[in-house]
Design a protein around this ligand. Structure first.
Ligand code: GLN
Length: 484
């Protein structure tokens, strides 16, 4: 059975009739049965439906029809994106029995491509966390070491791809949730420019930051998936197309490496902090040397407001999350059967629904968020955080006057042990120190492994681009990856 396929070599094998989509899908389910008892990447699978989807692809191939690039690809999706008529939980008890009434735009696009959706993956409840330990249902383990976390919040998606229980996956990234688990699992993860991918049908966490992005085995695959899911969508008013769509697509899928080699790389000095784990640090140095040896120019830049990014983020996120989570009032989205609700007082109902339905982290953010938005505190916290956000954004604009791309560490630590930080929210929040500024500034970021093989644990680094300059970071990522 073909193993460790990328999108590219699956597609080639499929159209050259080296295997069928059905055989491959069956192989992936066999692997899920074999491995997921330990890894716990999936919250739900949909084998019968997926195998039927694979058969449809094989019928097209047998008729020699041209099939889209993602046709037949065994794909995993984070369980905060809606798949019509199927359960979407956001890893929360409050949505345990919620059946999606429509397809998220990204899912509709995958279905159009005839992608085979294997199942929905585990996450931190409502995407709040950096380790996937905040799931109400299970703890996902890191495929490189089952005693460690896979990162989060898209830990299930990253672990599924890393253990070859899917060829590619989607995650969502509000402050690092695609990039950090990709780094911890040795995969490639792309957080697109804010608005590049429609958020319609993604369960909202922080609407001004959320973006959906691919988690894949190669940079080329990330570009392929991103090209399928991106684009303006009437269902998301914040979505947008890049200015010059045709050149953009060409550069995305077929990078001109002579152009890429001329990109100027900036190293933000505030990202090379004292607390950086020494193994992470030496790996980042290795990535920088590699870039230099590929002929790229590297210079130091400054992002002076970096130290305010974590506090700023952890005011804006609870504020918007508390307002987004208000819709789960237990009248709509009831987790309890109708008969049990009848005759209950409102307060009692809230305790049953929200009190028992939300886990500790969403509750913490609802309380904090409500506080920073309340009259008397709004100006001191929320409004101030929004002003700081503008300063952070301006830092990047300034840096991008002298460089084209920024290169930074992605995580301050190696994948940590399960249980190590779960009771220390501040330590957990600090995990996002290198990833969340991008979301505040709306910029695209790519996470990619420093090495192809790891003697111990994977280390990832980050490439940050200007808005709608995904072709720069993906092109540079590919140059790096292909010369590794
Ligand atoms: N770890 C961050 C948080 O808890 C990021 C989460 C995310 O990107 N969804 O908010």
């Amino acid at each position: 059975m073909a193993k460790n396929l990328t999108i590219k070599n699956f597609h080639d094998g499929l159209i050259n009739k080296e295997f069928t989509a059905l055989e491959i899908a069956e192989g992936y389910y066999a692997r899920i049965r074999e491995k997921d008892g330990v890894i716990n990447a999936y919250l739900s699978t949909r084998e019968e439906t997926a195998l039927r989807e694979a058969e449809q692809v094989d019928i097209s191939i047998a008729k020699n029809e041209k099939v889209p690039m993602l046709a037949g690809i065994p794909f995993a999706v984070k369980d905060n994106m809606l798949v019509k008529n199927e359960i979407t939980t956001a890893a929360s008890k409050i949505l345990e029995h919620y059946t999606s009434s429509y397809d998220a735009t990204v899912i509709a696009k995958l279905k159009e491509q005839k992608t085979v959706l294997l199942g929905k993956t585990n996450l931190d409840e409502f995407a709040m966390g950096s380790s996937t330990e905040n799931s109400a249902f299970k703890i996902t383990t890191n495929p490189h070491d089952p005693t460690r976390v896979p990162g989060g919040s898209s830990g299930g998606s990253a672990a599924a791809v890393a253990s070859d229980m899917a060829i590619a996956a989607l995650g969502s990234d509000t402050g690092g949730s695609v990039r950090q688990p990709s780094a911890f699992c040795g995969m490639v993860g792309l957080k697109p420019t804010y608005g590049a991918v429609s958020r319609s049908g993604l369960i909202a966490m922080t609407s001004s930051l959320d973006q959906i992005g691919p988690i894949t085995k190669t940079v080329e695959d990330a570009a392929i998936v991103f090209d399928v899911i991106r684009g303006k969508d009437p269902l998301d008013a914040t979505s947008a197309d890049p200015e010059n769509s045709d050149t953009y697509r060409e550069q995305l899928l077929n990078p001109d490496f002579s152009r890429i080699r001329k990109l100027r790389i900036g190293l933000p000095k505030e990202y090379f902090i004292d607390g950086l784990d020494p193994t992470v640090h030496s790996n980042i140095e290795k990535a920088i040397s590699k870039m230099k040896s590929l002929g790229l120019s590297v210079q130091e830049v400054s992002l002076p407001h970096t130290k305010y990014a974590v506090p700023c983020y952890y005011i804006i996120v609870p504020a918007e999350s508390s307002s987004n989570l208000a819709r789960f009032d237990g009248i709509r989205y009831s987790r309890i059967r109708k008969q049990e609700i009848e005759g209950k007082q409102l307060q009692e109902l809230y305790l049953m629904q929200r009190g028992e339905g939300f886990g500790a982290e969403p509750k913490r953010r609802i309380i904090l968020g409500t506080f920073v938005l309340s009259s008397g505190y709004y100006d001191a916290y929320y409004d101030k955080a929004q002003r700081v956000r503008t300063l952070i954004k301006q830092d990047f604009e300034k840096a991008f006057e002298s460089v084209d791309v920024l290169l930074t560490p992605l995580t301050p630590t190696l994948p940590f042990k399960i249980g190590e930080k779960v009771n220390d929210p501040l330590a957990m929040y600090l995990e996002d120190i290198f990833t969340l500024s991008l979301n505040l500034a709306g910029l695209p970021g790519l996470s990619l492994p420093v090495d192809k093989e790891f003697s111990t644990l994977p280390v990832g680094f980050q490439l940050i681009g200007k808005p709608f300059h995904e072709p720069d970071i993906l092109g540079l990522g590919r140059l790096y990856e292909e010369s590794r």
